[in-house]
Design a protein around this ligand. Structure first.
Ligand code: 13P
Ligand code: SF4
Length: 302
């Protein structure tokens, strides 16, 4: 299967982009694995004719918006995102009517229609930088993640109005899971994703995106780490640092730290998608044009 994927990639001039939350075997066949920010930057830079996105729907949409003339394939069109789903565009549009004169910042984990209602997109890798680039007195609405929004407010001293959305994977992680892991591994540093609630982040030593976690581990002389995010990132952490030990947090009653949507990408459906060039992600040009502006503003800020 791996050989077949490699040969299809070559014959069709296709690139496979994968998020760190994908299955290890999917990360291994990808041309590029990254966090949401790096993946969108890579989607702009590629000269491939076909982009196969091993991630979730909003990520493939972002790649398509940035490359409207390219063919973007998503191995399973039903791979969604609970955070993006927590912000339906019609409700968000009504919500925004209550906040005239506000700059609308949206986390990249949202639908293209929500992006089209936004002024600037952010990822967890650049959110603080983007917010700090706005005037100190700017009135801001932030959507859809209330946990990331609260964290940005805390770090920047802003008072952004928050949409009440969340990711089911991160929002269900409980502080007692972290405390139990820290008691079991007293020497370990705790890395947590800012999509986690405040009660969890309070116990973290380092808070950041998946790429930021990798950077922090590379800089650190510590040997053990408790990893408080989706379990897929453990693959790259362990691969880059075979001498270090990474502990996922204990599975919770609500369904552990796996994102079932990310795990919908498999070698089988990637191979099939490359063979058949289906399912292809298609979008209305007018929607792409409206959603592109706030993404480009993000990419300009970096
Ligand atoms: P990052 O990889 O940008 O940290 O994003 C986390 C996430 O939830 C992606 O769905
Ligand atoms: Fe969405 Fe959460 Fe899955 Fe990321 S981990 S894709 S935010 S549901």
């Amino acid at each position: 299967m791996k050989e077949r994927i490699a040969s299809l990639k070559k014959s069709k001039n296709a690139i496979i982009l994968a998020h760190y939350y994908c299955r290890p075997e999917v990360q291994e066949i990808a041309d590029f694995v990254g966090d949401s920010l790096a993946l969108s930057q890579k989607a702009v830079a590629t000269d491939a004719d076909i982009i196969l996105f091993a991630g979730v729907h909003f990520m493939a949409e972002t790649a398509k918006i940035l490359n409207p003339t390219k063919k973007v394939l998503i191995p399973d069109l039903s791979a969604g995102c609970s955070l993006a789903d927590s912000c339906p565009d019609a409700d968000f549009e009504k919500f925004l009517q209550k906040y005239p004169g506000h700059t609308v910042l949206s986390y990249i984990n949202c639908s293209a229609r929500v992006k089209a209602l936004s002024d600037i997109i952010v990822t967890s890798g650049n959110a603080l930088r983007v917010v700090n680039s706005l005037p100190a007195n700017a009135k801001i609405v932030f959507a859809p993640d209330r946990n990331l929004g609260r964290y940005i407010n805390e770090k920047t001293g802003r008072n952004m109005v928050l949409w009440d959305g969340a990711c089911h994977v991160h929002d269900h992680i409980r502080p007692e899971d972290i405390v139990a892991a820290q008691q079991q591994h007293p020497e370990a540093q705790t890395l947590a994703h800012p999509e986690c609630p405040e009660s969890v982040l309070r116990h973290a030593n380092i808070i950041g995106s998946t790429a930021a976690m990798l950077k922090e581990v590379a800089k650190s002389d510590r040997k053990e780490f408790i990893v408080v995010t989706e379990s897929g990132i453990l693959h790259e952490l362990q691969k880059q640092h075979p001498d270090k030990v990474f502990y996922p947090i204990a599975p919770t009653a609500e369904g552990c730290t796996n994102c079932q949507y990310m795990k919908q990408n498999t070698l089988e459906n990637i191979c099939r998608a490359l063979e058949t060039e289906q399912p292809e992600l298609l979008m209305e040009p007018e929607l792409m044009n409206r959603a592109r502006k706030p993404i480009e503003r993000m990419l300009e800020i970096g």
